[in-house]
Design a protein. Structure first.
Length: 134
């Protein structure tokens, strides 16, 4: 596909965009569009504010959360695909990247079951959020 000035479109795509397109429908299926429309996620991936880590059977979306002290957290936002690969490869890949850039912790923001799933990987429940929908 040709983009601006006759350059192949893939040259203009940001890093990770083609991998994201592979997983886009899976992430769209788990998003609540009242809060996170898929167009918003497309823009966050395109801009690099959210980063995708993927393997052949799984993918996760992460963002960096800076704190006033200068500490940086790896913030896991969503996951799709095969659970064993997520636990054994995809999540550790993101954690290794986070350590390499100076993150001091990783947080998975998801449903309560992830607390049990990731307990043997060193994760523990830290905070709980409750929500009332109108």
């Amino acid at each position: 596909m040709l983009g601006r000035v006759g350059v192949e479109r893939s040259v203009l795509d940001p890093p990770g965009w083609s991998e994201y397109r592979t997983w886009r429908d899976a992430f769209a299926a788990i998003l609540d569009p009242r809060f996170y429309p898929i167009g918003w996620l497309d823009g966050e991936i395109w801009s690099g504010r959210i980063r995708l880590f993927s393997g052949p059977k799984s993918a996760i979306l992460v963002a960096l959360k800076p704190y006033p002290s200068g500490a940086i957290e790896l913030h896991g936002m969503a996951a799709a695909g095969e659970l064993n690969e997520l636990r054994s490869s995809t999540i550790p890949q993101a954690e290794n990247w986070a350590r390499s850039i100076g993150c001091i912790c990783a947080v998975i923001e998801s449903r309560p079951a992830w607390g049990k799933i990731m307990r043997d990987q060193g994760y523990e429940v830290f905070q709980t959020a409750i929500r009332k929908m109108f």
